[in-house]
Ligand binder design. Structure first.
Ligand code: BES
Ligand code: ZN
Length: 885
């Protein structure tokens, strides 16, 4: 574009900023006023003008910029050029500066003065409230990802515009002020001080960070001399020690794995009391919700401990994957999030092998599979045409399908080859940006395999296949089709990395299924399986997707289905395979591709199941089955509950209520899950014991009466109000909530239960409480997570009534939770229509995809309910199962 033909209109409504001028360095000064919740700032941006232009076009939003306070000095000149016209394009969050002449090529300098508000929306430059010595205080915190640096200072706010940052802060002299880099100079002047930070290496704007407040910290240095600190509210520093230890070990591990050292001189991690996401990987200054950074002996459960370790592992993985090598555009967000998720499991596995974290990884894979089975899913690589579309793709597709595909590819290419190629990728693109295909190229070079062709079929189209396996004489027929939870036929086709074993794990076959249908000669495998196991033909079994490392489902036909159940019952299969078979069967059943009786009959094969993650999945499957039956045929409800209670009996007896000396992390974690399931299914002995323990705990808060791992189960039980007035549970939990301001983990635990009462009036009261000033906006998501079946209608009515307020108060992914949690549990087409009608005039880009997905879920539930009603002799089957098992 020639400078003469440029016009303002051309810059509007574009996905990306023009590239005729690119930032190289920001000298940023910020002065927050924590009492007035305002800030002022200046920025001097070194800009390289590389094309002919009279315009400079950058991002700014919610900032006031004065007319006289902007000027540009062209390359090699000290003359200040003032723009002849300054335009802010609100909808596109642009600041457009027009100069009277074409700007000289080369590096010039752009000066802008601005001010803004420390907002309470948890994005941009915001405030977070805390108590210090009983006094209410505000801290100032930044949260810039994906596109909110522009709310703090004018900038080229896209990941590919990497630049160096030199930051200066002016803050109260008794406060701690942190940024990405260490302080090099401090000037104290009475009540205020000026802190000068070292210049950063080049990085993207979304990773810039500042935190100002009163904090304590704990610290350790790595073997390379990198100072690592965990900051938290004054008085809580002991709770930072676990995360600190994990961080130091993880940094060492990643340095080895990526074969590149951590590139900054320090790493700070800090707990922020009001925080929209779970954690944020700002370069050198990672911010966290308190619940995923702090570990408190009295209130933290094994599950909390595990979250701290995996979240720290995830954020630190970004220091390489994301911060050092950054996605070129948000279309490639999954490179950041999918990788960080996957890498965090590598770290957890190395630090805590007893957690069997790769088995637990299947929970993530399943969440990816669930979302991606919707027609309203999206491809991993998704077009982003406006900043307001970015928030919605921080979802299970980018994170969990992403992580699962990486695992699938790693297993296909081999662990060593994969690591070496990743290390070359990081080296090649360090301090730069990369696209998905750049990664495939490096992996293709490293492995000699057709990685790009294989992976394009997984990242450029949505969905995944179900592979139908049938035995035809001595051959195995494999046929793939696009799996949709609605049961409809999708149009996708994939290149599927198949693994299969037959009769034993000793011989595994591995190949690519490249067409819709293939016949495989497996007679060789049969022979070896019979000799290996010494078993008679007729009891052979074949397992596809060995260890569940592939992102697809399998449907076994005919005798293969019988064989698989036999293999589970006779302990032939690994925990991961047992998990996979259960989940595939569940998904096929939901899609009406299999009847409920056969799923229930398969579930009986798990009654002696020893493995934490498999039992935990059996519980999730049971929740859904119980709830669908309650909608389809309530007369079977009691029977099905008896059945699932009996399935859990074995584990319940083994684990009991009290922690055993020296027991494993997984037993501690499982105890809570099993007991809360029994409480939810109404198991009377569990309810009685829970209430007894709860009463004692309520009186003196002695945590040994109700250790953190079983506390949630007791809270679930007490909310059912058995033997007490309905309100007893709610009122007592609220009392604990109000008296527990020292632990957000404990408060979260309570919030997750408050709306689980079977009494709709209490649900209604709980939901209103969630909107009160006693619940931080960040925590509302928990309050609406555990709504009881009986409270569904009340919750929907509440959402409609409060929608105006809710949609003003919550944005981004937080608002989507209100929609999905309240809408998805319904199971009738009429309800879906009603919800659709309500939102017709209210839908915004921020919720649009999520709403469609939630409505699709309701219609899928409705389908399932219909098939259950139509299923022959389900009555007899449930009766038999309830008695027999
Ligand atoms: N980069 C994200 C944080 C983020 C999420 C920023 C959404 C902006 C929008 C961070 O690395 C992350 O993924 N956090 C997770 C926790 C993680 C362990 C799964 C989160 O916030 O849930
Ligand atoms: Zn992340």
């Amino acid at each position: 574009m020639m400078a003469e033909t440029q016009s303002l209109e051309q810059f509007k409504g574009q996905a990306r900023l023009p590239k005729f001028a690119v930032p190289k360095r920001y000298d940023l000064f910020l002065k927050p006023d924590l009492d007035a919740c305002k800030f002022t700032g200046t920025v001097e941006i070194t800009v390289d003008v590389v094309g002919d232009t009279r315009f400079l076009v950058l991002n700014a939003a919610d900032l006031t910029v004065g007319n006289e306070s902007i000027w540009f000095k062209g390359h090699g000149s000290s003359e200040k050029l003032f723009p002849t016209k300054i335009t802010t394009v609100e909808i596109d969050e642009l600041l457009v500066l027009l100069f009277s002449d074409v700007l000289p090529h080369g590096e010039g300098s752009l000066w802008i003065e601005f001010d803004g508000i420390l907002n309470d929306r948890m994005k941009g430059f915001c405030r977070s409230a805390y108590k210090h010595n009983g006094e209410n205080k505000n801290m100032a915190v930044t949260q810039f990802e994906p596109a909110d640096a522009r709310r703090c200072f004018p900038c080229w706010d896209e990941p590919a515009f990497k630049a160096a940052f030199k930051i200066i802060l002016e803050v109260p002299s008794d406060h701690v002020a942190l940024s990405n880099m260490p302080v090099t100079k401090e000037e104290v002047n009475g009540n205020v001080k000026k802190l000068f930070y070292q210049e950063s290496p080049i990085m993207s704007t979304y990773l810039v960070a500042v935190v100002v407040g009163l904090f304590d910290f704990v610290e350790v240095s790595t073997t390379d001399g990198i100072n690592v600190r965990v900051y938290c509210q004054v008085g809580k520093s002991n709770q930072g020690k676990f995360a600190l230890d994990v961080a130091v070990k993880t940094l060492d591990l990643y340095k080895e794995y990526f074969a590149v050292p951590y590139p900054l001189p320090k790493l700070d991690m800090i707990a922020i009391p009001d925080f929209a996401a779970g954690a944020m990987e700002n370069y050198g200054l990672v911010t966290y919700r308190e619940t995923v950074l702090l570990y408190d002996e009295r209130h933290s459960a094994a599950a909390n401990k595990q979250s701290v370790a995996t979240v720290v592992g995830h954020e630190l993985a970004h220091m390489w994957f994301g911060n050092l090598v950054t996605m070129e555009w948000w279309t490639h967000l999954w490179l950041n999030e999918g990788f960080a998720t996957w890498v965090s499991y590598l770290a957890a596995d190395s630090l805590f092998p007893e957690w069997k974290i790769w088995t637990q990884f299947l929970d993530d894979t399943v969440s990816g599979l669930r979302l991606d089975a919707l027609a309203e899913s999206h491809p991993i690589e998704v077009d982003i045409n406006h900043a307001n579309e970015i928030d919605e793709i921080f979802d299970a597709i980018s994170y969990l399908k992403g992580a699962s595909l990486i695992r699938m590819l790693q297993c296909f290419l081999g662990v060593e080859c994969f690591q070496k190629s990743l290390a070359s990728y990081v080296k090649r693109y360090a301090f730069s940006n990369a696209k998905t295909e750049d990664l495939w190229d490096v992996l293709e070079e490293g492995s000699g395999e057709p990685v790009k062709m294989l992976m394009n079929s997984w990242t450029k189209q949505k969905g995944y296949p179900v592979v139908h396996v049938t035995l035809r004489d001595e051959k195995l027929e494999l046929e793939q089709s696009h799996f949709l939870a609605s049961g409809s036929a999708g149009a996708g086709e994939w290149i599927v990395p198949i693994t299969l074993c037959c009769g034993s794990y000793a011989t595994t076959k591995k190949f690519l299924l490249e067409t819709k249908l293939e016949l495989i000669n497996v007679s060789q495998l049969f022979d070896s399986s019979v000799t290996n196991t010494g078993e008679k033909a007729g009891f052979f079994w074949i397992k596809l997707n060995v260890d569940q490392t592939g992102f697809y489902r399998v449907k076994y036909n005919g005798e293969l289905e019988t064989g698989i159940k036999y293999a589970i019952e006779n302990n032939k299969l690994s925990a991961t395979d047992r998990f996979g078979i259960l989940d595939d069967s569940f998904a096929l059943c939901m899609a009406s591709k299999q009847n409920l009786s056969s799923l229930l009959s398969l579930m009986t094969a798990y009654r002696q199941e020893p493995e934490h993650t498999v039992i935990s999945h059996l519980i999730s499957v049971s929740y859904k089955v119980v709830s669908m039956i309650a909608d389809a045929s309530p007369e079977f409800s009691d029977g099905i509950k008896q059945f699932v209670i009996r399935l859990l009996q074995h584990s319940a007896e083994r684990l009991g209520w009290d922690p055993k000396e020296g027991e494993s992390h997984l037993d501690a974690k499982l105890r809570g899950e099993v007991l809360s399931a029994l409480a939810r299914f109404g198991h009377s002995a569990t309810l009685d014991e829970a209430l007894k323990r709860f009463d004692a705990f309520l009186n003196d808060r002695d945590t040994s009466l109700l250790p953190p791992d079983t506390r949630y189960a007791a809270y679930v039980a007490v909310m059912r109000g058995v033997d007490k007035t309905n309100k007893y549970g709610y009122d007592s939990l609220l009392k604990i909530y109000r008296e527990t301001d020292l632990s957000q983990q404990e408060q979260t635990r309570i919030l997750r239960c408050l709306a689980s009462s079977p009494d709709p009036d209490i649900v209604s009261e709980a939901l209103n409480f969630v909107l009160s000033s006693e619940v931080r906006n960040q925590d509302a998501v928990y309050g609406i997570a555990g709504i009881s079946r009986e409270g569904r209608e009340v919750a929907w009515k509440w959402l409609k009534e409060k929608w105006e307020y809710i949609s003003k108060t919550w944005t981004g992914f937080l608002i989507t939770r209100f929609v999905s949690n309240i809408v998805s549990p319904f199971s009738s087409d009429e309800k879906a229509d009603e919800i659709e009608e309500f939102f017709a005039s209210r839908v915004t880009p921020a919720i649009s995809r999520n709403l469609k997905q939630s409505l699709e879920r309701v219609r899928i539930n409705a389908n399932w309910v219909r098939s259950i009603r139509n299923e022959d002799s389900l009555d007899a089957v449930i009766k038999e199962l309830a008695q027999k098992y």
